[in-house]
Design a protein around this ligand. Structure first.
Ligand code: NAD
Length: 333
């Protein structure tokens, strides 16, 4: 089975190369992202392996089908970058539903601590032998209220971390669970009462721009917003406006609405045309990481192992445990 592997980075190769040539799997690694211009690289392959910023729109899916590709193997959990209705009954899709919720939740907490204790500022100062503390005053997490939106695998690990800091936890989920020490509430109260907001729900038609002008207007002055989920959960222009008028105290962004042309690449010698992102990055109270939350050794190994298992199940015509949109389960689409 030949697999065209898109958006390959060195860490992907390191994780997947041990499986290359074994059990009949042959990976062809391409650095480019999958999109309409690059889909033809998959010619001769049986499957494509893709990541969060590969674009699986209807035109790309049409092309993959024309090339005889039978499987899209996502090496991530989210599948908002795939046009599921274009794929239904034509091409199968598998994903890695869970690899390390700890990786993402710990990154969210790392960003929060970095932001509120001004570690990003202190690091640069002391590198320059500037030992002044002026402007570095932070606040305790203990006793603060965190609002968690989405209490699935990652949200729950984040909640456990917050409990360790002695925080009060409010939560909102479309399908609330029963979690000790967590009060589920509606979004209005969550926005009104949270000192910190962390997003851990998927990007769907319902959650696009969940954080925007209207919700920001309801938030506590000085709220810290953390997004390690998907960029389009936040309207970036409204976020910038909220930061400028001082309602938002800080933003920790591992994902960004328009990240697909920028994140994972080095633009340090270039002019970046995205004015909103450029302005956000200039803010002293905004920390941006480029979709890095997943990037731990443990997560990469788990992603490779589950993806290979998905590919082998397909090759052996077994049931696809991690299928996203099965012809037998059209409701998934
Ligand atoms: P999960 O499926 O375990 O949990 C998602 C939760 O969101 C569920 O409890 C679900 O009921 C809830 N939900 C669904 N629709 C909702 C809505 N409209 N409003 C509120 N809650 C809703 O997923 P997970 O593994 O915890 O991952 C969460 C998200 O994290 C993923 O969707 C993905 O976008 C993102 N993620 C980011 C990275 C990264 O590197 N930054 C890595 C992995 C996952």
């Amino acid at each position: 089975m030949k697999i065209a592997f898109f958006d390959t980075k060195e860490y992907d190769r390191q994780a997947f190369e041990p499986y290359d040539g074994k059990d009949g799997l042959h990976f062809h690694f391409y650095e480019t992202k999958l999109n309409e211009d690059t889909a033809d690289l998959a010619k001769g392959a049986d499957a494509v392996c893709v990541f969060v910023n590969d674009d699986l729109n209807a035109a790309v899916i049409d092309r993959l089908c024309a090339l005889g590709i039978g499987l899209i193997a996502l090496r991530c959990a989210g599948y908002n970058n795939v046009d599921l209705s274009a794929a239904r009954n034509r091409i199968r899709i598998v994903r890695v539903p869970a690899y390390s919720p700890y990786a993402v939740a710990e990154h969210a907490m790392a960003m929060l601590l970095c932001s509120i204790r001004r570690i990003h500022k202190a690091y640069i100062r002391t590198k320059d032998f500037n030992f002044s503390l002026t402007g570095l005053t932070g606040f305790d997490l203990h006793g603060k209220t965190v609002g968690v939106i989405g209490t699935g695998k990652i949200g729950r690990v984040f909640i456990d971390l917050c409990k360790g800091f002695g925080m009060k936890i409010l939560a909102y989920d479309k399908y609330p669970a029963r979690i000790d020490g967590v009060s589920y509430t509606d979004l209005d109260r969550l926005f009104r009462e949270s000192d910190i907001l962390s997003l851990h729900c998927p990007l769907t038609a319902e959650t696009v721009h969940l954080i925007g002008k209207n919700s920001i207007a309801k938030m506590k002055k000085g709220v810290v917003i953390i997004n390690t989920s998907r960029g389009a959960l936040i309207d970036s222009e409204d976020l910038l406006a909220g930061i400028k008028d001082r309602r938002i105290g800080a933003a920790c962004l591992d994902v960004y609405e328009e990240e697909s042309d920028l994140f994972f690449e080095d633009f340090s010698g270039h002019i970046v045309n995205d004015d909103i992102l450029a302005r956000l990055i200039t803010m002293p109270n905004v920390i941006v990481t480029s979709h890095q939350a997943f990037l731990t050794r443990e997560a990469l190994s788990a992603i490779a192992a589950v993806t290979v298992k998905n590919l082998l199940s397909y090759a052996k015509k077994e049931a696809l445990e991690n299928e996203v949109c099965s012809p037998d389960r059209p409701q998934d689409a």
